[in-house]
Write a protein that binds this ligand. Structure first.
Ligand code: 5GP
Length: 237
């Protein structure tokens, strides 16, 4: 089947979504644009669109092999993939294995402590409200998802954590935390969005250095180099 980009359906901070010739699918184009602190900090990370598309494709492929349904269909170009069109549930799911970032700040604790069992958090996907944290009751009361859907989402998120931890570890990276988004496609809950150094906090096992978007957020330098290194290690698996 030939895939042609149709009308632009949506433009987000890191991706554009286009119609395809088949309404069951859309084409996602990744961007080099980088934002942090809810769009307050803006910049570009050279070649990020290729890195994030290719890492996401590899991770979605591995998850599918492990029986986790994702929106991924195929890689079209270095920075473009075809995905299943889904109705995105406006809830960001964060899974944390190690205290860091927003959680360390909110609770006034040091970064680096192991979290056993992993912590699952939900945030309302809303730029204007800075993605406030919500719980299962808010999600049900606001009609964002049903109880059954949230049970599936929580269980898939924990299974995804186990797979991603294992894969990143093979690449010499510790998976500190990450963000997932889910959607509904033909009656099924599937994983959407991306899995990349933009959405995962990754610490090098040997040096402890950040190999993710924190290099951009915290002005740590060597941002492009870290993204390229993650792609190199993941591609070699
Ligand atoms: P934190 O709550 O510590 O800021 O983020 C936890 C994890 O989820 C980090 O790996 C972070 O990259 C990811 N994350 C949370 N919210 C967002 C978001 O709005 N966009 C992206 N790209 N990642 C997010």
């Amino acid at each position: 089947m030939e895939w042609n980009k149709g009308a632009l359906l949506y433009e987000g901070k890191a991706k554009k979504v286009y119609e395809s010739d088949d309404q069951r699918y859309v084409i996602v184009e990744y961007k080099d644009d980088a934002t942090a602190f809810n769009g307050e900090k803006k910049g570009q990370i050279k070649d990020k669109r290729r890195v994030n598309n290719l890492i996401s494709a590899k991770m979605f492929g591995i998850l599918e092999e492990r029986g986790i349904p994702t929106h991924y269909v195929k890689t079209l170009k270095d920075h473009e993939m075809v995905v299943k069109h889904c109705d995105i549930i406006p809830v960001e799911v964060i899974v944390r294995n190690v205290a860091a970032g927003g959680m360390a700040k909110k609770l006034g604790i040091d970064e680096g402590g192991d979290l056993i069992p992993p912590v699952v958090e939900y945030c309302l996907k809303s730029d204007s409200l800075s993605d406030p944290m919500i719980n299962d009751d808010h999600i049900r009361a606001l009609g964002l998802a049903t109880e059954e859907e949230m049970e599936i989402i929580r269980s898939l998120s924990l299974r995804i954590n186990e797979v991603l931890k294992e894969v990143y570890l093979k690449a010499g990276l510790g998976l500190v935390d990450f963000k997932l988004e889910f959607g509904r496609h033909e009656g099924e809950i599937i994983l959407g969005d991306e899995i990349s150094p933009d959405t995962c906090r990754l610490w090098d096992i040997k040096t402890g250095e950040s190999m993710d978007k924190d290099r951009f957020r915290r002005d740590l330098g060597y941002v492009e180099e870290a993204y390229q290194e993650v792609l190199k290690r993941i591609s070699a698996l």
